[in-house]
Write a protein that binds this ligand. Structure first.
Ligand code: KIV
Length: 273
């Protein structure tokens, strides 16, 4: 008897084939239950290293570890059924050598069963991307603003604002595509540059703060839901859950304090939300 699910999960080649086609919808998720919601509407779920900021309250993604990514990646795989799940390779897990990257990516893929990994960097990571994709590991690139480099960049600033600065970013995009990445996140670049990159390379571009000129979009789920204490200015809000959650917690605290709480007969009566 087959143990394969009847629902076919999207694959890296499915996403690669969407170049200049229907826009690719991608959101982050780090938990099984939010993954189940995101899964119903998105082509790709990114288990981003932004979980360091969102879940752990770090100022940057630098402290995030491979174990953190694997734990949350496995949870997202359990919660989702049809989206391609891409897990970020955290800072320090892939930059030293192609072999280091391969070993880290294999751990991610074996222990989470996700469909692809993402890593930051263009020209400087091209050899590693080719090494991984040539050995059965689909790679999503990430160029423009690369948050793991915050300590050399100095700030989270938009990239390529002047045409004179476009060259290295276009070179990064070409290097990632030619190395065999199946798609590339383009972060915080001005619209004309995002358009140029999207028109130039053969793989889908997925923008974040990079305009609608890309082949798809990604946002951090908590940012678009209004749950993050601070969000980049470009983020469009689709919800305002922070105040709603706080109101619910306030009502709960009031119930507890006034002893208005259900008795044990209700406790294990499950209802579907
Ligand atoms: O970690 C993350 O959420 C990301 C997105 C910003 C693309 O890499």
């Amino acid at each position: 008897m087959s143990i394969q699910s009847s629902i076919k999960r999207k694959t890296a080649p499915d996403i690669r084939a969407r170049k200049r086609g229907e826009p690719i919808v991608m959101l982050t998720s780090y938990h099984a239950h939010t993954a189940a919601l995101v899964d119903r509407h998105c082509d790709v779920i990114l288990v981003g290293d932004s979980l360091g900021n969102v879940m752990h309250g770090f100022e940057t993604t630098v402290p995030v570890t491979l174990d953190m990514m694997i734990l949350q990646g496995a949870a997202v795989m359990r919660g989702s059924r049809q989206a391609l799940v891409v897990v970020d390779m955290p800072f320090g897990s892939y930059e030293a050598s192609r072999e280091q990257a391969f070993n880290a990516a294999v751990r991610i893929m074996k222990e989470t069963q996700c469909g692809a990994v993402k890593l930051e960097g263009g020209v400087r990571m091209a050899e590693t991307i080719a090494f991984l994709s040539g050995r059965g590991i689909p790679v999503m690139g990430h160029i423009g603003l690369t948050p793991q480099s915050i300590n050399t960049l100095g700030s989270f600033r938009a990239q390529g604002r002047n045409e004179a600065d476009w060259g290295p970013i276009v070179d990064d995009a070409k290097a990632v595509a030619e190395a065999g990445a199946f798609s590339v996140v383009v972060e915080a670049v001005a619209e004309p540059l995002a358009r140029k990159i999207t028109e130039t390379i053969a793989i889908p571009t997925i923008g974040i703060g990079a305009s609608g000129a890309c082949d798809g979009q990604v946002l951090v789920l908590e940012d678009m839901l209004g749950l993050s204490p601070r969000t980049p200015k470009f983020v469009r809000r689709y919800g305002n859950l922070g105040p709603a959650i706080e109101a619910a917690i306030e009502s709960y605290a009031a119930d507890v304090r006034s002893r208005a709480f259900p008795g044990p007969e209700h406790v294990y009566d499950m209802k579907k939300n």
